[in-house]
Each structure stands twice: as structure tokens, then as C-alpha cells.
Design a protein around this ligand. Structure first.
Ligand SMILES: Cc1cc2nc3c(=O)[nH]c(=O)nc-3n(C[C@H](O)[C@H](O)[C@H](O)COP(=O)(O)OP(=O)(O)OC[C@H]3O[C@@H](n4cnc5c(N)ncnc54)[C@H](O)[C@@H]3O)c2cc1C
Ligand code: FES
Length: 251
């Protein structure tokens, strides 16, 4: 696998913290599954040297989008790109979310953990699942659409409080077959405990700082319970999606 250079098709600023970056490539879009990510780099910029991982946000025919939160140097530089300028992409990488059909499904995201969810939601609905979607952010700045159950810590949009509180109430009132989550680790840990208590399978998309993204540097390992022992797995190759109950939560 090698980096592919593509012109930026779209840069859309949502607010001061988030933007959407789009490219067009039929060969890539045909291979993408929900939960896959790409290593992305601005070829014109030598600093930072390493690419950064971003989940696939939306796929529409031959168009592919990322939802990016501006955190540091790489994401800031990407946010300053204009349409027509080149970016480099390596991927699709990772294992993606295992899909089900004909089930009652709950999606739960927090902050930029929203990024892989719209594409997952689309594929789950296409496969005949009933999908309920809860998203949590610190404030209205971290809300991306109003067609989901939004919760904000400060009450500036949707329900006031942590998304986990509302998911718990929902799980107590409605039968759900499977949960998919992406967000801060304490949130995913709490959701995993809730699901374990109710015997509901949960898949979580984990985040680690990545150097290579392809299993070569061992910089992204996490601890996983396997056959009564604890093993190290690579988030880039073995994940980023793991079965929640098997993750050894550090948070
Ligand atoms: C599989 C995967 C998928 C991702 N998908 C998305 C996505 O769709 N959209 C998105 O905006 N971001 C996503 N991220 C996170 C994104 O890769 C980082 O925010 C990005 O690398 C930050 O780069 P930067 O150079 O702007 O900031 P940096 O200068 O690299 O980071 C600034 C500081 O933020 C912290 N930090 C950065 N990255 C991480 C991390 N991964 N975990 C913990 N702390 C970190 C560190 O303290 C660091 O010093 C994903 C990460 C992974 C592993
Ligand atoms: S980022 Fe290098 S092994 Fe995962």
C-alpha cells in the first residue's frame, strides 16, 4: 500500500474547531467499510513529518469525506488547505465495525468520535437495522447535526448532561441488540460496563497516537483480554474497532 496524492475537492468549515475535508477517488471509495481510517498528510508541509489518522466520515459514490477537529499543527495546516491543493492519503486502514442486519442498534459518540458514525449509520440502515443515535459534546460547538439525540455538558444544545446518562435511560426503556461507540475512553468504558450488565454486545473504536498506521512501529498498542490472559494489540492493524468487553481500560 502506498500514499495516494489527490486534489482537495472540498474544505468546509463547520465552526472554529471543526472542518470537513473531501476528496474524490472511485478506487478508494469502493474499498471503504465503516470504521476504516486513512493516514492523511499535507505533502507541501514538512512539519509535522508524520501523517495523522482520520476516520471515514461520509462516502457518496466516488467522494470521500473526513470530519476533522483542529487539535495541533497537522490538523491546523490541513484546515488551511484550499480546493485543488493536494493531500496524501494512505488507506483504507484498520478493521472497521462488524455489521449486523435486521437488529435494533444504538450508536453512541462523544466529541470528534462522531466522525465514523454517519457512514456506519448509513450502512446499518441499508442492511435493515433500526438505528438510534446518541451524541454528546461539551457544548453546541461539538454538535454536528440535529437528526440525532444530542446531549451537551453545558446544556447549550439538546439534553443537558453526559451522553452516557441518556444512553443508560434509553437502554433501560428499550430493547437494543448491539451498541457501537466512538469517543473519549472514559465514555466508552462507561458504555461497556453498562452493556456488560445488560448482556448487550458493544464495539468501540479506540484512539492512539499513530506513527506508521500499518503495524510496523508498535506505537499504538493497547491491552486486550484474550483466553484468560492479557495481550497487546495494535490499534492500527488489529483495530481501531475492538469488542468492548475485551479492552483493558486504562481510563
Ligand atoms: C483510528 C483513529 C481515527 C481518528 N479519526 C479522527 C477523525 O475522524 N477526526 C479527527 O479530527 N481526529 C481523528 N483522530 C485523531 C487525530 O488523528 C488527532 O487529533 C490528530 O492526529 C492530531 O494531530 P495534530 O498534529 O493536529 O495534533 P498533535 O500536535 O499531534 O496533537 C496535539 C496534542 O493532542 C494530543 N493528541 C493528539 N492525537 C491524540 C490521540 N490520537 N490520542 C490522544 N491524544 C492525542 C497530544 O497530547 C498532542 O500533544 C483519529 C485518531 C485515530 C487513532
Ligand atoms: S501506528 Fe505503527 S504499529 Fe500502529
Amino acid at each position: 500500500m502506498h500514499f495516494k496524492k489527490l486534489p482537495v475537492l472540498k474544505i468546509e468549515h463547520i465552526n472554529k474547531d471543526y472542518f470537513v475535508l473531501g476528496v474524490r477517488d472511485k478506487e478508494l471509495t469502493q474499498k471503504i467499510k465503516p470504521g476504516h481510517f486513512f493516514q492523511v498528510k499535507d505533502p507541501a508541509s514538512r512539519i509535522p513529518l508524520l501523517p495523522r489518522p482520520f476516520s471515514v466520515y461520509k462516502v457518496d459514490n466516488d467522494e470521500l469525506e473526513f470530519l476533522v477537529k483542529i487539535i495541533g499543527e497537522a490538523t491546523m495546516k490541513l484546515s488551511h488547505l484550499s480546493t485543488g491543493q493536494d493531500i496524501q492519503l494512505l488507506g483504507p486502514l484498520g478493521n472497521g465495525f462488524p455489521l449486523v442486519s435486521g437488529k435494533k442498534v444504538l450508536l453512541a459518540s462523544g466529541g470528534i468520535g462522531f466522525a465514523p458514525m454517519p457512514f456506519l449509520e448509513h450502512k446499518l440502515k441499508e442492511a435493515g437495522n433500526e438505528v438510534h443515535f446518541y451524541h454528546g459534546g461539551r457544548s453546541s460547538n461539538d454538535v454536528f447535526c440535529d437528526s440525532v439525540e444530542n446531549c451537551t455538558d453545558d446544556g447549550t444544545f439538546g439534553h443537558t448532561g453526559f451522553v452516557t446518562e441518556y444512553v443508560e435511560k434509553y437502554l433501560d426503556s428499550t430493547h437494543i441488540d448491539i451498541v457501537y461507540a466512538c469517543g473519549p475512553e472514559p465514555m466508552m468504558k462507561t458504555l461497556t460496563i453498562m452493556c456488560s450488565k445488560r448482556d448487550i454486545p458493544i464495539y468501540v473504536s479506540m484512539e492512539r497516537v499513530m506513527a506508521c498506521g500499518v503495524g510496523a512501529c508498535c506505537g499504538c498498542v493497547i491491552k486486550i483480554k484474550e483466553n484468560d490472559s492479557i495481550v497487546y494489540k495494535k490499534v492500527c492493524n488489529d483495530g481501531p474497532v475492538f469488542y468492548g468487553a475485551e479492552v483493558v481500560w486504562d481510563a
